[in-house]
Design a protein around this ligand. Structure first.
Ligand code: KIV
Ligand code: NA
Length: 265
């Protein structure tokens, strides 16, 4: 297939064609996911948990993120690659965010992702104006897990929902080219998606987004303990890892994942 571009992803959002994204941290999985038709590979700082065995994403360093972006870029041919800016690599200033983003772009990312709304809008503008595509991330933002009081659904009451709507709009106006919505009521995520002309990718945010993302190890059933409600194990039907990834892409494309009754809030 032809390399996925931002233009193509925006067209998919406009046409209502669902976008399939998964996290990816190494060259082998990058090759497998790319071949299975995954549109976007997210080198997520979730690698702190699933690769490094840490209790949160907070200890992940910029050097570690750059290393994994390089690995993924080597195995990938045509997917769009997003690198997460880790905790502490963009909070201090726009200058720090620019330096950190440049590091991930030089490692092979096509876009960087950063968490939070409000205070992040000027950072997004600075990066976007300098030619660095930015994906924003709202809702349950894992780098703020301690401030949020744990892994809980966001935007449940009217005031919180209104703040999320406002933050999403501000980020899009600041030049964010994509938005991830994590762990929020499906109706709210659908409303935010419909109001924006940029692709909105959901995780635990219902079927009304432009696309879906899951942590690779979760959808391969490798989670220790009980997985969160929004996860589906795509290996349960058997077959190869590649077949499970292909099933995920197909289920996102045809709208059968996520299923509101099973996976929604
Ligand atoms: O790091 C990650 O895996 C993420 C996704 C859950 C969106 O940011
Ligand atoms: Na992340």
């Amino acid at each position: 297939r032809k390399p996925i571009t931002l233009h193509r992803l925006r067209a998919m959002h406009a046409a209502g064609e669902k976008i399939a994204m998964l996290t990816c941290y190494d060259a082998t999985f990058a090759r497998v996911l790319d071949a299975a038709g995954v549109d976007i590979l997210l080198v997520g700082d979730s690698l702190g948990m699933v690769l490094q065995g840490r209790p949160s994403t907070l200890p992940v360093s910029l050097a570690e993120m750059a290393y994994h972006v390089e690995c993924v870029a080597r195995g990938n041919r045509s997917a769009w690659v997003i690198g997460d800016l880790p905790f502490g690599s963009y909070q201090a200033s726009a200058e720090q965010a620019l330096d950190s983003a440049a590091r991930l772009m030089q490692a092979g990312a096509h876009m960087v992702k950063l968490e939070g709304g409000g205070w992040t809008a000027p950072l997004v503008r600075q990066l976007a104006e300098r030619g660095i595509p930015v994906c924003a991330h709202l809702g349950l933002t894992p780098q703020s897990v301690h401030a949020l009081g744990g892994w809980r659904v966001q935007g449940r009451d009217d005031a919180a929902a209104e703040t999320l709507r406002r933050h999403a709009k501000e980020l899009a106006e600041a030049g964010a080219a994509m938005l991830v919505l994590e762990l929020m009521p499906s109706a709210l995520a659908a409303e935010i998606t419909a109001a924006l002309d940029i692709p909105v990718i959901g995780i635990g945010a219902g079927a009304g987004c432009s696309g879906q993302v899951l942590v690779l190890h979760d959808m391969l059933g490798l989670n220790a303990g009980k997985p969160p409600r929004f996860v589906r194990d795509f290996t349960r039907e058997g077959g190869s890892v590649a077949a499970a990834i292909e099933r995920y892409v197909a289920a996102v494309r045809d709208g059968s994942f996520p299923d509101e009754a099973q996976h929604g809030y």
